[in-house]
Design a protein around this ligand. Structure first.
Ligand code: COA
Length: 159
């Protein structure tokens, strides 16, 4: 039996098709809306400079993180790990890569927005020391409330 190791690398928009295929399966049924289509990703990322990291097992993408700079922070827009590869630190490593990218590029914080349905992500963010900075209430069900998190690298109390 051969155990494939997981590798991490910087990605780009040429990988979007494969990334979206993975993300469609990860996000299906999680939110009120259908998982975003390839067109949606392409359109959204056209207006920004995306920072993409992927995790691979062999040649297969098994995790991805997509972020871009927004309001002076590196905003983590999407984070997904294939169910078979969870709880092995894949998301934590993708986070570390994003945080390092922010630091290396003089961006003072990483921020993200998570819905209540995403318990694993909420746990991970709290464990990693992210602060809750805002909550957006959803009209019909609290499970769709959005919780905004931020990790600031600045030593002062500036958020
Ligand atoms: C949220 C998500 C990305 C986490 O991915 P993951 O790769 O399983 O995350 P990690 O392995 O880094 O961390 C998960 C847990 O495993 C633990 N862990 C990390 N490395 C580990 C290791 N080597 N061995 C055992 N456990 C480990 C972490 O501490 C964490 O513990 P916790 O559940 O107590 O918080 C994944 O569950 C997912 O894709 N969920 C669906 C999509 C989603 O919700 N995305 C976020 C919203 S955009």
């Amino acid at each position: 039996m051969q155990i494939m190791s997981i590798t991490f690398e910087k990605g780009d928009i040429h990988l979007l098709k494969e990334i979206v295929l993975l993300n469609e399966s990860v996000f299906r049924g999680m939110y009120e809306h259908e998982p975003y289509s390839l067109d949606h990703y392409t359109e959204r990322l056209l207006k920004v400079k995306p920072v993409i990291y992927i995790a691979k097992s062999g040649n297969q993408i098994i995790g991805d993180a997509i972020s871009f700079e927004r309001d002076g922070s590196l905003y983590l827009w999407i984070l997904a790990v294939s169910p078979e590869f969870r709880n092995r630190g894949v998301a934590s490593t993708l986070f570390n890569l994003m945080e390092q990218h922010a630091r290396d590029n003089g961006i003072g914080s990483v921020s993200t927005k998570v819905y209540n349905v995403s318990k694993e992500m909420l746990r991970l963010l709290l464990k990693k020391g992210y602060n809750i900075v805002a909550i957006e209430e959803h009209g019909s069900h609290p499970k769709y409330n959005a919780i905004h998190f931020k990790l600031s690298f600045l030593k002062s109390n500036t958020f």
